[in-house]
Design a protein around this ligand. Structure first.
Ligand code: C2E
Ligand code: MG
Ligand code: MG
Length: 268
């Protein structure tokens, strides 16, 4: 006996369509980087995180939550990731000439598959050299899940990149399985507190305690700290009272295309 579920078939078809369209998205220039401002406790701009968007001619804007997993499964994340890196480095270069932007860092999300490529260190080095930028202005965001396999290789690659001057932030911190044993061996510059802890920080005493502990630990380890997903003044106030030093979230600005971001910079 066989069962046929048209809904299942539809899901399979949609995925296949999306995959073949994603293959062409790069050359058709449908991918764009959005920039989300990052500020310090005096609300001065310190840089931005670049977040990818797929502007699809029929489907409109597709969130990275939808296509990054597909890109990872199919290996398309490798050319896409390199394009993100190139675009970010070109932006850092373009910003060099203006005092308003010359010190801003750009944070780039790196996927596990991308990072674990044998020649990832060389790719980053080559990109930074080709654009002739200050490597200190490039920050790679890694996630805790990337630390679960090949940890020794990961540490070695991070050290090699650190030697060139690249910075590291540990994204979505607190949601994965970070071993504190590894944390002290990783050459991290920053922990990025996941937005799930920030969301209820003003009202939930457990979230407040967890965030306070992460910040204290970061300070003791000599690592910077940034909170993501800051949407309200109450959340900001609560984070400040826990000695958080850097912030990102809708309260300061949503991710926007480069023209809007630069206009926003000139206004502030
Ligand atoms: P992430 O790196 O943790 O990025 C933070 C996400 O939170 C972004 O979603 C951002 O738009 C959103 N966000 C920022 N501020 C707020 C806020 O105040 N409130 C709320 N509710 N959300 C906020 P986005 O842009 O949809 O990106 C989702 C994820 O996709 C990212 O999570 C990252 O893991 C991945 N991603 C984005 N761009 C890239 C990329 O270029 N390469 C790779 N490998 N992954 C990427
Ligand atoms: Mg990120
Ligand atoms: Mg995050």
């Amino acid at each position: 006996m066989r069962f046929f579920d048209p809904e299942m078939q539809e899901t399979v078809n949609q995925r296949a369509d999306l995959e073949s369209e994603l293959r062409n998205a790069l050359e058709k220039q449908q991918l764009q980087l959005y920039y989300q401002i990052q500020v310090d406790s005096s609300h001065h701009t310190r840089g931005a995180e670049v977040l990818i968007r797929w502007i699809h001619p029929e489907r409109g804007m597709i969130s990275p939550v939808q296509f990054i997993p597909l890109a990872e499964e199919t290996g398309l994340i490798l050319p896409i990731g390199q394009w993100v890196l190139d675009t970010a480095c070109a932006r850092i270069k373009a910003w060099e000439k203006d005092t308003l932007t010359s010190n801003l860092t750009l944070a780039v999300n790196v996927s596990a598959k991308q990072f674990h490529q044998a020649d990832f260190v060389n790719q980053v080095h080559e990109t930074v050299q080709r654009h002739a930028i200050n490597p200190m202005l490039l920050k790679l965001e890694l996630t805790e899940s990337m630390l679960q396999s090949d940890i020794e290789d990961t540490i070695a690659s991070m050290h090699a990149l650190k030697k060139i001057g690249i910075q590291f932030s540990l994204d979505d911190f607190g949601t994965g399985y970070s071993s504190l044993q590894y944390l002290k061996r990783l050459p991290l510059d920053q922990l990025k507190i996941d937005q799930s802890f920030v969301r209820d920080i003003a009202t939930d005493s457990s979230d407040k305690a967890i965030v306070g502990t992460i910040i204290a630990m970061a300070h003791h380890l000599g690592v910077g700290v940034i909170a993501e997903g800051v949407e309200t003044k109450e959340q900001l106030h609560s984070l400040k009272s826990s000695c958080c030093t850097h912030y990102q979230g809708y309260l300061f600005g949503k991710p926007v295309p480069i023209d809007e971001f630069e206009a926003q910079l000139k206004q502030s």
